[in-house]
Design a binder for this molecule. Sequence first.
Ligand SMILES: Nc1ncnc2c1ncn2[C@@H]1O[C@H](COP(=O)(O)OP(=O)(O)OP(=O)(O)O)[C@@H](O)[C@H]1O
Length: 444
Amino acid sequence: MSLLELDGVKVHFPVRKGVLFDRTVGHVYAVDGISLSVEAGQTYGLVGESGCGKTTLGRAVLRLVDVTDGSVVLDGTDVAKLSEKDLRSFRRRLQMVFQDPLGSLNPRQNIESILSEGMAAHGIGANQDERREKIKEILAKVGLPGNALSRYPHEFSGGQRQRIGIARALVLEPDVIICDEPVSALDVSIQAQVINLLEELQESMGLTYLVIAHDLAVVRHISDVIGVMYLGSLVEEAPSDALYAEPMHPYTKALMSAVPVPDPEVEERRERILLHGDLPSPANPPAGCRFHTRCPWKQDTLCATDRPALTDVGNGHKVACHFAREIHEGTLVREGEPAKVTVPAQAEPADAVALAKAEDSAEAEAAADVEAPEAASTDDSEPADSTAAEPEAVQAEAADSEADESATADSEAAQGEADTSEPAESEAVKADAGDDAAPEAAGK
Ligand SMILES: Nc1ncnc2c1ncn2[C@@H]1O[C@H](COP(=O)(O)OP(=O)(O)OP(=O)(O)O)[C@@H](O)[C@H]1O
């Protein structure tokens, strides 16, 4: 059994209207049936664009919002069924690192006070001296000096404040740490240091993480398994390497295609998949597959009517798409993609032109027999295909360029993510060599 198991978790927020009579007129389907497992000592990365329900899911795991349906089980205990009293002591086992480190730290408390508050509440350490020793130990682990104890949050840099946030979670010795966008509020150069720190702490302390991010590059570096979320549900889940090597869901493919590649030649050839339109409202999600309104592979059957289940297609790679296999095998052509022509491109137009001319000429037979016996012996569809292929390709190109313009907003958004994420990835490697947080802190 996994350490943390979510089964069919739904969080629906009621939409209320009326002044005198408060009535529910609908629901925001923020999380709509998510099942996932996080193994002890591993990291589950949850990615998706803003508004897809990532934070709500994290809050549901901590029972900071009520689950409408489904279960959250930590080490055999259903979190939703705990009484208020049991929940209080249970919360120690599930801790959260927040996106905004400054906003999550009380500016009036010094670091010792911030960190020891939770410890005292949960009965960790017999007295303040013991707690102080433990805090010093944890501060050293997160790369902050012992003298940080008497200082206040505003005296630290953004990266250091996030280290304090991590230390605050660690002093409570949790089973699972939920990191909600742990680096998105930090400078790109600092992001890698914090990700590396999380990784080092996991190795040395055997921690288990659920990392929530909108940025694929952030979770890639740290995750064992990645789940891709779209409009309240998972559309794809796979071991990290498999997901990056072979994304199978159209949404994941589109997200990946927006990530720039550092090699200029590969970057030149890189195929972009542009999504049209905005994320639909979670208060009024589309019927059938939630992604079908933006999917470049949308089909006339199933997509608009049947909601696809997350299905294992082998080796733990799960996809929620009716046509995942066909898309993967390339038998389904994407909207705007040139049709695949299997006949050699060079010979084809020449033969086709010769045959077209020959229609009105007595040379037709001779041309077919002598110059191109093979072309003449093939059926009529071949020249027809070949003449059609050219204009189709041109049209597709034109359509692509139009799409480039019309979907600028989409691509810009996706590229914006990628732009900030790509350096983070490369920095992640650099930052392995050393960490500047401690000197920064010491210097203050
Ligand atoms: N308390 C609430 N009442 C009503 N709707 C809510 C509430 N909390 C969140 N939502 C809605 O649920 C949807 C999912 O929100 P959530 O914050 O979980 O998304 P997210 O993927 O974490 O986005 P972001 O990265 O921008 O925080 C959004 O449409 C949001 O407006």
